[in-house]
Design a protein around this ligand. Structure first.
Ligand SMILES: NC(=O)c1ccc[n+]([C@@H]2O[C@H](COP(=O)([O-])OP(=O)(O)OC[C@H]3O[C@@H](n4cnc5c(N)ncnc54)[C@H](OP(=O)(O)O)[C@@H]3O)[C@@H](O)[C@H]2O)c1
Length: 218
């Protein structure tokens, strides 16, 4: 599948791009600056023996069938404003956590209750918006030897779009779990500060969530 990563030059972008490229997807890294996106793609391609392309965020959106947005919350509104006319029928995945530095271990509900709900309000009616990957550490994603034992909760108002994203998540080496409508992003985004607290308290990296009771066949 063609995957465009908006803000793909960052920490989450790196791990996602490399894992998906290794799984056979056609990955395109986007940046606010085309040269930065191209340079990051060239660097990762050479370093990790994968084929990743890169340029500006709009080109990443145009090239993609599925768009992933990986930018800090402070850049969230401006980023969605800048790409909203280039999303069309494509699935767009928002992984943003609305952290409020320096209190990143305390839940901070944004004005629109969740970053993903704020994104929905900015996007054209009917855009297939999904939210997920809020609990997956960039350090673990970027470590090719790391095996995940946690789940990725995925929400969105379009059931088929959720299923497509869950399938892409399995190509990262993770189990995606259908977590219902986009409004549930309030709960998903809110869990990240809790996990950040757990990391600090137990002096660990990348604590995660595991949902029990789902049959193996799912
Ligand atoms: N890091 C994690 O472990 C982790 C885990 C789960 C979820 N998340 C969430 O994933 C998102 C991305 O996290 P990250 O750690 O990958 O972020 P990051 O590395 O700090 O930034 C990602 C990219 O966003 C762009 N960006 C940064 N500041 C910007 C600004 N002011 N305006 C516009 N674009 C800006 C930059 O790309 P260009 O300069 O190339 O445009 C940057 O490379 C965040 O919302 C975070 O909460 C992170």
């Amino acid at each position: 599948m063609k995957i465009g990563i908006v803000g793909g030059t960052g920490r989450e972008g790196r791990g996602l791009a490399v894992r998906w490229a290794k799984a056979g997807h056609d990955v395109f890294i986007g940046s606010r600056q085309a040269e930065k996106g191209a340079a990051k793609a060239a660097e990762l391609s050479e370093e990790l023996s994968v084929r990743i392309r890169g340029a500006d965020n709009l080109t990443a959106c145009k090239e993609a069938e599925v768009i992933i947005v990986t930018v800090p919350y402070g850049a969230h509104r401006a980023t969605f404003e800048s790409i909203k006319d280039d999303v069309g029928e494509k699935i767009i995945v928002d992984i943003t956590v609305p952290l409020a530095p320096p209190k990143v271990r305390s839940v901070s509900l944004p004005e629109g209750d969740a970053a993903a709900l704020e994104a929905r309000a900015l996007l054209p009616e009917g855009t297939r918006l999904v939210a997920g990957l809020h609990h997956i550490s960039s350090q673990h994603l970027s470590d090719p030897n790391h095996t995940f034992d946690c789940d990725v909760l995925v929400c969105g108002d379009d059931k088929e779009a959720r299923a497509t994203v869950i399938s892409l998540i399995s190509d990262l080496g993770l189990r995606g779990v259908d977590a219902g409508v986009l409004k549930n992003a309030i709960a998903l985004e809110s869990m990240t500060p809790v996990l950040l607290h757990i990391n600090r308290h137990y002096e660990i990296i990348g604590s995660g969530l595991r949902i029990t009771g789902i049959p193996e066949t799912e």
